[in-house]
Ligand binder design. Structure first.
Ligand code: NAI
Length: 308
C-alpha cells in the first residue's frame, strides 16, 4: 500500500512518521517544492528504522510527481501554515493556487487514489479539490474533524480527570475557530453522558477551549501545531488503507444531508477502502441545527472567495 504526502513540512512529515512507525502503509513518498527538503525528512525518518523496527519504505522527492505513481492514498498538506493572529480564512488565496495545482499533478500519476485534503482553510480547499478534479465525492476527504474531535476529547478528559481513551466525542461543522461544533450533548464517558459528571458551565468551557484549541497552540508555538494534526491524518489514512470502516467526522460534499447542498463540511462518515463509504445523518437538536446552518454560511462565504 502506497501513500504520497505532498508538503514535507511539519504536518506532512509528522504524518509520514506516524504512518511508518505504526506500519500503516508499506511505502510513503514525501514530495515538496523546496529543493532537498522532502529527501531530508524521508532520510531522517528512515534512519529511525534501526531503533524502532518499522519496515515502511519512506522516500522523498523534490517536485517529481512520477515517483508518486500508483499511490492508493494521496494527502495534500502543502501550503502555508497559519501565523499568529492570522485566520485560516486569510490563507485562502495562497493555498487555493497550491492545492489546485498539486491535486491535478497527483491524479495524473495516481488516477485511482483517494485524496485527503489537509491544507487550510480545509473545507474550502476540499471543495476546490473536488471541483478542480471532478472526482466522485467519495474520493475526496477533508481532514479536520478527526483533529478537532481529538482536541475535544483531550479537554473533556481533563475536565473529567479520566483517561482520554474512555471518552467518546465528536466535533462537526466547519474546521474553523468559530465554525466548529463540539457536540457536548452526545459526548460520553464510557457510554455515560458527560453531563452526568460535568456542569453546563464546565461543558461550555470545554467546548470553548476546543474551538480555540488550534489558536492556543499557535500562540504558544509561534506556528500552527503538527503532532496531533499529523497523527489525525495518519488515523484517517489507516481507516482508508486498511478498510477499518471507522466513524470519523470528515469534510465531505453534501447533497441534501443535514439540509445542505454543494458544500464540503464536517459530518460523521464511515471511512474505508472507498474513501467516504457512508455519510451518517444523526438527529441534531434545534440549537445544533442552527449552529450547523451558521457554520455552513461561513464556509460558503469562504467558498465564494475562491471565485474572486
Ligand atoms: P509547513 O510550512 O511546515 O509545510 C508546508 C510545506 O508545503 C512546506 O514544506 C512547503 O515547502 C510545501 N509546499 C508549499 N507549496 C508547495 C507546492 N506547490 N508543492 C509541494 N509542496 C509545497 O506547514 P504545516 O504546518 O505542515 O501546515 C500545512 C498546511 O496544513 C497548512 O495549510 C496548515 O494551515 C494546514 N493544517 C491543517 C490542519 C487541519 O486540521 N486540516 C491542521 C494543521 C495544519
Amino acid at each position: 500500500m502506497k501513500v504520497t504526502i505532498v508538503g514535507a513540512g511539519n504536518v506532512g512529515a509528522t504524518c509520514a512518521d506516524v504512518i511508518a512507525y505504526r506500519g500503516i502503509a508499506s511505502e510513503v513518498v514525501l514530495l515538496d517544492i523546496k529543493e532537498g527538503f522532502a529527501e531530508g525528512k524521508a532520510m531522517d525518518i528512515s534512519q529511525c528504522t534501526a531503533n524502532t523496527g518499522f519496515n515502511t519504505r519512506v522516500s522523498g522527492v523534490t517536485n517529481d510527481y512520477s515517483k508518486t505513481a500508483n499511490s492508493d492514498v494521496v494527502v495534500i498538506t502543502s501550503g502555508i501554515p497559519r501565523k499568529p493572529g492570522m485566520t485560516r480564512e486569510e490563507l485562502i488565496g495562497i493555498n487555493a493556487g497550491i492545492v489546485k495545482g498539486v491535486a491535478e499533478n497527483l491524479l495524473k500519476h495516481s488516477p485511482n487514489a483517494i485524496m485527503v485534503v489537509v491544507s487550510n482553510p480545509m473545507d474550502t480547499m476540499t471543495y476546490l479539490a473536488l471541483k478542480a478534479t471532478g472526482l466522485p465525492k467519495n474520493r475526496i476527504i477533508g481532514m479536520g474533524g478527526a483533529l478537532d474531535s481529538s482536541r475535544f476529547k483531550y479537554y473533556l478528559s481533563k475536565a473529567l480527570d479520566k483517561p482520554i481513551n474512555d471518552v467518546s466525542a465528536m466535533v462537526i461543522g466547519g474546521h474553523g475557530d468559530t465554525t466548529m461544533i463540539p457536540l457536548t450533548r452526545l459526548a460520553s464517558y464510557n457510554g455515560i453522558p458527560v453531563s452526568e459528571f460535568l456542569s453546563q458551565e464546565q461543558l461550555d468551557k470545554v467546548a470553548a477551549d476546543t474551538m480555540v484549541g488550534g489558536a492556543t497552540l499557535t500562540g504558544l508555538l509561534g506556528t500552527s501545531a503538527w503532532y496531533a494534526p499529523g497523527a489525525s491524518v495518519a488515523y484517517l489514512v489507516d481507516s482508508i488503507l486498511n478498510d477499518q470502516k471507522k466513524m470519523i467526522a470528515c469534510s465531505v460534499m453534501l447533497e441534501g444531508e443535514y439540509g445542505l447542498n454543494d458544500i464540503c463540511i464536517g459530518v460523521p462518515c464511515i471511512i474505508g477502502n472507498n474513501g467516504i463509504e457512508e455519510i451518517l445523518t444523526i438527529n441534531l437538536d434545534e440549537k445544533e441545527k442552527a449552529l450547523l446552518a451558521k457554520s455552513a454560511d461561513a464556509v460558503r462565504a469562504m467558498n465564494g472567495d475562491l471565485k474572486t
